[in-house]
Design a protein around this ligand. Structure first.
Ligand code: PLP
Length: 427
């Protein structure tokens, strides 16, 4: 049995940890089988508890854009650790990373560091409500902004994977302030504004959705939302937890040339450490405590190890002027070559891709919203997933997730990946 040790570890973990995992999608519930327990990672590869290696297309769900354990990041974090793990005081390093980000990202004057993407999105919405004095927000079906109550309504990612996009435990009172629209459906958004005049504090959106699989904005959707928000004095929040520092250094704001009022970050900004952040213009950010009245705090916010890991990662990306081109090119090759192989086998599919994010949907036409993503053949995806896993390629264990390509993927890994796809038999 190839996953022998993982299997034993999973049995034991279930005794002590709910469902055996600390984040649901890791349990492989939707694809079936035993989750693979990893013990180390380096560059493009993960090594599991049974000493098998895998080419990694999850990269810790996005953060490891340089591949795993990049030597320069490792050295910087090690040196930082020698100075202390956490002080609970301000540090010069926090200003250094804030300045670096603000100087290199369009449209933000100030940034507040937190410890996860969930915290970033939750805090940005609170700030938007405090700033506008309004209660309601608009979110899009299939988008995931973390597990804060107001977002667990028709949510993507693990919530969609387990068929539970509306979580029990979220009160009616909270749910009524989250208005829903279909991704890419501008008319629905306009209707929500018409029916809730002067009540909508913010639209929060993944500018490229990554949590219903990868779904791109179409027909100037983001620009139109920008104009609508201006018209109604509503804040536009881009959740760039996935797209920030990945689609471009300035994220989706730069790639699509649309400026949000507030932007949330996570994943790449921490280089694999637990970090999130939210940022915006000073006139809005000034409303945060201690300067303003909107409260937000965190024991480990701005943690020095996390700041060092993040800053070093961002600097490595920034100094390489061809970084994003190369990453995009790798992803484009994967897209074209996988499509060629699947076509040669008459396996109907759709690959959505932008930058270094992509997803394969099976047996389906265009996928531009959550309904269409749900209509894909997820059983076939599950077979594909297990086939790739057996052949040493680690894809996200759900058809509702995005593959994150790292700069550690070279021609060699691409060829091995394509070889695995070539062996796939439709069943
Ligand atoms: N926003 C988006 C777009 C995400 O993809 C995620 C997590 O995957 C989050 C927010 C929540 O981030 P975290 O898991 O760090 O709390």
């Amino acid at each position: 049995m190839i996953y022998q040790r993982s299997s034993a570890l999973f049995t034991e973990a279930q005794q002590y940890i709910p469902g055996g995992v600390n984040s649901p999608v890791r349990a492989f519930k939707s694809v079936g089988g035993t989750p693979v327990f990893m013990k180390s990672a380096k560059g493009a590869y993960l090594t599991d508890a049974d000493d098998r290696t895998y080419i990694d297309y999850i990269n810790s769900w996005g953060p490891a854009i340089l591949g795993h354990t990049h030597p320069e990041v490792l050295e910087a974090v090690q040196k930082q650790a020698e100075k202390g793990f956490s002080f609970g005081t301000p540090t010069e390093l926090e200003t250094e990373i804030a300045r670096f980000i603000i100087e290199n990202v369009p449209n933000i004057d100030q940034i507040r560091m937190v410890s996860s993407g969930t915290e970033a999105c939750m805090s940005a919405v609170r700030l938007a409500r405090g700033f506008t004095g309004r209660d309601k927000i608009i979110k899009f079906e299939g988008c995931y902004h973390g597990h804060s109550d107001s977002f667990l309504i028709k949510a993507g990612s693990g919530a969609a994977t387990f068929g539970n996009p509306n979580s029990p435990g979220v009160t009616q009172g909270t749910a009524k302030d989250t208005l829903l629209a279909r991704f890419n459906d501008f008319d629905q958004v306009k209707d929500l504004f018409r029916n809730n005049p002067e009540q909508i504090a913010a639209i929060i959106i993944e500018p490229v959705a990554g949590n219903m699989g990868c779904v791109l904005p179409e027909n100037n959707f983001l620009q139109k939302l920008r104009e609508l928000c201006d018209e109604h004095k509503t804040l536009l929040i881009f959740d760039e937890v996935m797209t920030g520092f990945r689609l471009a250094f300035g994220g989706a704001q730069e790639r699509y040339n649309v400026k949000a009022d507030l932007v949330t970050y996570g994943k790449v900004i921490g280089g694999g450490m637990p970090v999130g952040a939210f940022a915006g213009r000073s006139e809005i950010m000034d409303h945060l405590a201690p300067k303003g009245a909107v409260y937000q705090a965190g024991t480990l916010s701005g943690n020095p190890l996390a700041m060092r890991g993040g800053l070093e990662t961002l600097k490595i990306i920034k100094k390489d002027s061809d970084f994003f081109n190369r990453l995009d090119k790798t992803t484009e090759i994967l897209d074209f070559e996988i499509a060629k192989i699947l076509n040669s086998k008459n396996i109907r599919h759709r690959i959505n891709r932008v930058g270094s994010m992509m997803s394969i949907f099976f047996h389906i036409g265009a996928v531009s919203n959550f309904d269409e993503a749900q209509n894909a053949n997820h059983a076939l995806f599950n077979n594909f997933f297990h086939h790739m896993l057996k052949n040493g390629v680690y894809l996200p264990p759900s058809g509702y997730e995005t593959y994150f390509i790292s700069s550690a993927i070279t021609e060699n890994e691409i060829e091995k990946t394509l070889e695995a796809v070539r062996k796939f038999e439709y069943s």
